[in-house]
Design a protein around this ligand. Structure first.
Ligand SMILES: [Zn+2]
Length: 528
């Protein structure tokens, strides 16, 4: 919350203003984000990407030109085989080599790094995120950073001092700011034996014994350590803004040491920044995604939340607060909150002006592309869960049954939401939410004479009067006919659910019967 001020400014707008204030009026602003693709990019990592994207949008909304660079640190060394990867034994053999030279364990992509990159690169446009990707392996291996590496070597002692300030044990005098991937065995198990003060670096590999002299302007084997690599690239790209997670921003973390390094060694100001917090996962129970093991990926979240909702979840939460993405009943509440935000945006629901301004901005930032010109068709998620289960997951059948006349774009949004509702009911909804109508043509249940009579009465009521009922009047009618049939209402409800879905509980009965519709309800209640 914005400290009770009357301003309704969104946090992304506040940061955009801060960037402009700190960096001055520029022709082009560079906003950066990045990660090592050492495993599946999970939803916590996604928070950084979307956080930058929202600030990028806020800058663009101020008429600024922005470059959004996303850096794949795919020249990092392969340190640990994640538990969710297939073919782990094969992967073990590539430890200490760059992840870009490690094969994709499923054999599809060019490398292990590429597999992890591609997984998320394909998903980001779905949520409206289209950064410019920079592949650090390519950069390093084409000697692009030769000058930046040489500068680090020239400032070796200064770097050693900066980094040592945050270490219990200072770095030894023979410390170097670089690592070399042995050109013979590709491992980083090397030690620097000499630097000639210019572009010549010699090393020895402890794995294969290889000894060699390299030219920085020609070799792709030399890499800066992360804590120097990051500020060097800020200077190289001219980065104005980059947020970072708690680990980097903690005392002695890599952002703390990057500040003096970028200034003193690379002569570039520190980017505007802030710290974003973790994302927890709630209500997934023991369900483990088949694609990514125990890691919850953007893909997993998109199975339950339509893209606008994914953006909404992050846009409506300040980045420095920890929060949970829910897979439990809160899913329904989030969809309701989003729908309300949408109604407020289109003036269909009135709230105080300050609240409206805030909600309108969140709604804008939640859109994948442009804000729709007219309000999209809203089918509440809870209701949609019933509709789609009545249709046994058939999305087109559901749309037909609702007789919806709207644009193709709007229909597509509904289709996506319906798919999410179906996925949710099948994988995460509580049992009480889940049902399957008894199939057409199946044998009627064995009922007592009294039960049969009650069902006959209900069937008659539906046949004659369903069209004239709303939920309230139908509910009253059900109570009346339970009395006529001399069955306790509670027992009567159980009986009807058994006949409809072979369960003793289900969605609220009157609304449920109206949703099922006359034709199907008569079929289900027939034969008694
Ligand atoms: Zn070697």
């Amino acid at each position: 919350m914005l400290g009770g001020m009357s301003t309704a400014a969104h946090w992304a707008d506040n940061y955009a203003e801060k960037i402009i204030r700190e960096k001055g009026d520029k022709e082009l602003y560079v906003c950066a984000s990045g990660i090592t693709p050492s495993g599946t990019v999970h939803i916590g990592n996604f928070r950084e990407i979307i956080t930058v994207e929202l600030v990028v949008r806020a800058l663009k909304d101020r008429g600024k030109k922005v470059r959004f660079v996303y850096s794949w640190d795919d020249y990092d060394v392969f340190r640990k085989v994640p538990s969710n990867m297939p073919n782990r034994e094969m992967l073990e053999g590539y430890l200490r080599k760059p992840i870009t030279l490690t094969p994709d364990p499923s054999g599809t992509e060019d490398s292990y790094a590429r597999r992890n990159e591609k997984e998320i690169e394909e998903l980001l446009p779905i949520v409206g995120i289209k950064p410019e990707y920079i592949y650090q392996a390519e950069r390093y291996r084409s000697a692009t950073y030769a000058e930046g590496i040489r500068r680090a070597l020239e400032h070796r002692q200064r770097l050693r001092k900066i980094l040592s300030e945050h270490r219990e044990k200072p770095l030894p005098p023979e410390w170097w700011p670089i690592t070399v991937f042995c050109t013979s065995c590709n491992r980083d198990t090397t030690e620097i034996t000499e630097w000639d003060g210019q572009n010549g670096v010699a090393y020895r590999c402890s794995t294969c014994g290889n000894e060699e002299r390299l030219d920085l302007t020609k070799t792709g084997a030399v890499k800066l350590f992360w804590r120097i690599d990051w500020p060097m690239r800020w200077a190289y790209e001219g980065v104005d803004f980059e947020p970072a997670g708690k680990d980097h921003h903690s005392e002695g973390g890599s952002f703390t040491t990057a500040r003096p390094i970028v200034k003193e060694v690379y002569d570039h100001p520190t980017p505007t920044t802030f710290q974003y917090d973790f994302v927890r996962i709630k209500g997934r129970g023991g369900k483990i995604s088949s694609s990514s093991g125990e890691v919850v990926s953007l893909q997993d979240v998109l199975e339950i939340y339509q893209p606008e909702l994914v953006r909404y979840i992050f846009a409506s939460t300040r980045p420095n607060t920890e929060f949970a993405i829910s897979f439990d009943l809160d899913v329904i509440k989030l969809y309701e909150d989003y729908d309300r935000c949408e109604r407020i945006y289109f003036g269909r629901e009135s709230v105080s002006e300050s609240r409206a301004a805030k909600e309108r901005r969140i709604y804008e930032l939640s859109q994948v592309d442009q804000v729709p010109k007219t309000m999209p068709t809203q089918i509440p998620f809870r209701h949609l869960c019933n509709l789609i289960q009545i249709q046994d997951g058939n999305i087109e059948g559901m749309i037909e049954s609702q007789n919806i006349r709207t644009s193709e774009e709007d229909l597509n949004r509904l289709r996506t939401r319906a798919r999410c509702a179906w996925n949710w009911t099948q994988s995460f909804a509580p049992d009480s939410f889940r049902f399957t109508l008894r199939p057409r043509g199946c044998e009627p249940l064995e009922l007592s004479p009294g039960e049969r009579q009650a069902i006959v009465l209900l069937r008659r009521e539906i046949g004659e009067n369903l069209d004239t009922h709303d939920e309230k009047s139908l509910s009253e009618a059900i109570y009346t006919l339970a009395g006529e049939a001399q069955v306790e209402p509670k027992a009567f409800f159980k009986l009807v659910y058994r006949v409809l879905i072979e369960k003793e509980m289900g969605p609220r009965l009157a609304g449920f019967l109206l949703t099922i519709g006359k034709k199907r309800a008569l079929e289900l209640l027939g034969g008694y």
